[in-house]
Design a protein around this ligand. Structure first.
Ligand SMILES: C[C@](O)(C(=O)O)[C@H](CC(=O)O)C(=O)O
Ligand SMILES: [Mg+2]
Length: 293
């Protein structure tokens, strides 16, 4: 791979609008790549829930994000971007946050303007840092990049607290500070999505998370009104968790998994995703082609 992850991510969304599914582990990242997605996303909400069974209120550390992020990036060729919550501290911490994600092979991160304890953008009770403070963090992030293509996505949570106009003016200030892309969190109507796209002239990312405050617009609708990236951050996690819950219930009730087999990923499919065949062949080749068993 000659280009950097950031350059590949930019190329993808500059070419045409892209859908970005959240991938909650490395195998899911592989599956997203196989399904044809041009990029994948590490969600803080899914990581908090999946890794530690804790809510998305800023409890997961930088190291935990970066560790899983590295597994995701290593599993695929498509660029992986990550949630970086509030940047794990102030401006100087944000510098290190960028270094760590970059060195893990991540293509870009989003930083949000909330105060700690941060919350999922679709929960109530959010409070924001000042525009000046957030702009300073973005400047720090931009200056810290080793690869100028590493994508800085500034997320503003202002819609819920200060209103739509404040979200637009914060977004403009964040672009001025060096953000490459803007993520307007929790817009409330289709009209707001359209108005925001008219008002802010950098690439935009829409968050189509379910059961939240935003209407679920389709990728086609969003790309037509100007969004370059559409995030489905927790969709696959929710599907998987629901499937697991019913599987556990059925196993407990039936005492056998016989009735569940057709809902399972088969061993053959798993091995195909893991590229097991190649491992086996290489292992044999190291011993002059003779069987290792
Ligand atoms: C995008 C998000 O930041 C995430 O962590 O995936 C969440 C998603 C969610 O909780 O549904 C968000 O704050 O919107
Ligand atoms: Mg998040």
């Amino acid at each position: 791979m000659t280009t950097t992850p950031g350059a590949r991510f930019r190329q993808a969304y500059e070419n045409s609008p892209i859908m970005i599914p959240g991938v909650f582990n490395a195998l899911v990242a592989r599956m997203a790549q196989q399904a044809g997605f041009a990029a994948a996303y590490q969600s803080g909400a899914a990581l908090s829930a999946g890794l530690a069974a804790v809510p998305d209120v800023g409890l997961i550390s930088l190291t935990e994000f970066v560790d899983q992020g590295r597994y995701l990036a290593q599993a695929v060729d498509i660029p992986v971007i990550s949630d970086a919550d509030t940047g794990f501290g102030e401006a100087l911490s944000v510098e290190r946050t960028v270094h760590c994600f970059e060195s893990a092979g991540i293509a870009g991160i989003h930083l949000e303007d909330q105060q700690l304890p941060k919350r999922c953008g679709h929960l109530s009770g959010k409070t924001l840092v000042s525009e000046r403070e957030m702009a300073g963090k973005i400047k720090a992030a931009a200056a810290a990049r080793n690869d100028p293509s590493f994508v800085l996505i500034a997320r503003t949570d202002a819609r819920a607290t200060e209103g739509f106009d404040a979200a637009v003016s914060r977004a403009r200030a964040y672009v001025e500070a060096g953000a490459d892309m803007i993520f307007p969190e929790a817009l409330q109507t289709p009209e707001e999505f359209a108005q925001f796209a008219e008002a802010v002239e950098v690439p935009l990312m829409a968050n189509m998370t379910e059961f939240g405050k935003s209407p679920l617009l389709s990728f086609t609708e969003l790309s037509q009104i100007g969004y370059r990236a559409v995030l489905f951050p927790v969709s696959m996690f929710r599907i998987a968790m629901n499937a697991v819950e019913s599987g556990l219930r059925e196993l407990a009730a039936e005492g056998t998994q016989q009735g569940l087999l057709d809902r399972m990923q088969t061993r053959a499919k798993l091995y195909e995703l893991l590229e097991y065949e190649g491992y086996d062949q290489r292992d044999r080749s190291y011993f002059g082609g003779s069987a290792t068993e």
